[in-house]
Ligand binder design. Structure first.
Ligand code: 4NP
Length: 163
């Protein structure tokens, strides 16, 4: 089983949606038992909170149900997950900073490395409009679908420890 962790800042908009859309595609492909997906935030502002109501509404509009309780990224996550996907550059750097000995950097990537139509950040929609939430949905929809394809053909391999 491949364990994937989606990481944003607050864990109420982008990463819980990434988790839900990823799981949605796994269900459609009948691949639920092959993957474990979770999400968290690098900040602690929304620990214990439900996803943003605008994210829930947008996901529903697109046929995806979303249930999540906000939590903050911990060092333990870096050990447990096989692939850790940052929604933007700021969060990518925050995750790397937690990995003080550079033990897990091979697992940490940008979400849009898997976007067949673009690169860079999944833009933060928190101060945005419905159009911005839909843009996030579209990016995550195509990126998670492509990610599942990629993990199916090329599962992540841990580097061989030095003797
Ligand atoms: P997220 O969006 O990182 O996609 O969950 C945000 C949520 C909350 C805040 C910023 C971004 N905030 O400043 O509280």
């Amino acid at each position: 089983m491949v364990k994937v962790l989606f990481v944003c800042l607050g864990n109420i908009c982008r990463s819980p949606l990434a988790e839900a859309v990823f799981q949605h595609h796994c269900r459609l492909l009948n691949r639920e038992s092959d993957f474990l997906a979770e999400s968290c935030g690098t900040a602690n502002y929304h620990v214990g909170d439900s996803p943003d109501p605008r994210t829930i509404r947008n996901a529903q509009k697109n046929g995806v149900s979303i249930q999540h309780v906000g939590r903050q990224l911990s060092i333990h996550d870096l050990k447990v997950f096989d692939l850790i996907l940052a929604m933007d550059q700021q969060n990518y750097e925050n995750i790397l900073r937690l990995d003080v000995n550079n033990t897990y950097s091979h697992k940490i990537k940008m979400m849009r490395e898997y976007d067949p139509e673009g690169t860079g950040n999944v833009p933060d929609p928190y101060y945005g409009s419905e159009k911005d939430f839909q843009e996030v949905f579209d990016i995550l929809n195509r990126s998670t679908r492509n990610l599942i394809n990629h993990l199916t053909t090329t599962p992540p391999v841990s580097p061989t420890p030095a003797k």
